[in-house]
Ligand binder design. Structure first.
Ligand code: GSH
Length: 212
């Protein structure tokens, strides 16, 4: 039995962060079981789930006995497990891998954690984390500034990193989707890039599972 024959289970649906793992599994055509628990439904705090992921967060991947949380770690694990999506020579180079790390850090830290998640915490989840229009306004401005600055030189007619589709496109597209959902207006070239990513079959299949 190879690692690829072992059962894969993915816990969590309903958010941009869970979408990342579903999308990757579909890109890789890996059969898996979805356990459709949702954020703030109480399901993430049930003892049976906390036994699997004590952080009480989704997504969590269970690959037979191996348990992994953090969406980006899940994407990296699945990529290493399968050797896909295949990388081009730039993507395999030292500089290419450094640029990968740069994009991943930027998307996860600046666009996700420091901007969109701040907006979510202090707007929709204000009852839990404290509502604050000041925090929301400043996070929106920060998001736009970071996005414009990072994207100024890029035409977005290809993939975000190198010449092949990668985990970076999954991170970036899900952040753009989240921003759109949060009411942030995106530049035309970003909208066109996101539409192209949305037309991938794996995106559509994952979307149906994640947002069913
Ligand atoms: N750093 C984690 C964050 C995961 C996270 O915060 N997930 C939220 C949903 S987007 C969650 O599980 N919330 C649980 C709850 O509030 O019940 C990742 O990127 O996977």
């Amino acid at each position: 039995m190879t690692a690829l024959d072992k059962k894969i289970q993915l816990w969590g649906v309903g958010t941009a962060r869970t979408m990342r793992a579903h999308w990757m599994l579909h890109e890789l055509s890996l059969p898996y079981e979805t356990v459709p628990i949702k954020a703030r439904s109480g399901e993430t705090q049930e003892v049976s789930y906390l036994d699997i992921n004590p952080k009480g967060k989704i997504p969590t991947l269970v690959h037979e006995k191996f348990v992994l949380s953090e969406g980006f770690a899940i994407l990296r694990y699945l990529s290493r497990l399968t050797g896909n999506p295949e990388k081009d020579s730039f993507q395999l180079s030292l500089e290419g891998q450094a640029i990968y790390d740069e994009w991943a850090s930027f998307i996860l830290m600046e666009l996700d954690a420091a901007s969109l998640y701040v907006i979510r915490r202090h707007k929709d989840l204000g009852e839990i984390y404290g509502g604050s229009s000041e925090a929301v306004n400043s996070a929106e401005k920060y998001f736009e500034k970071m996005l414009v600055t990072a994207c100024r030189e890029i035409d977005f007619t290809g993939y975000l990193w190198g010449d092949r589709f990668s985990e970076i496109d999954i991170l970036f597209t899900t952040v753009l989707d989240w921003a759109h959902f949060a009411g942030i207006k995106l530049e035309g070239k970003l909208v066109r890039y996101a539409r192209r990513m949305h037309s991938r079959q794996a995106y559509r299949l994952a979307y149906d599972v994640n947002y069913a």
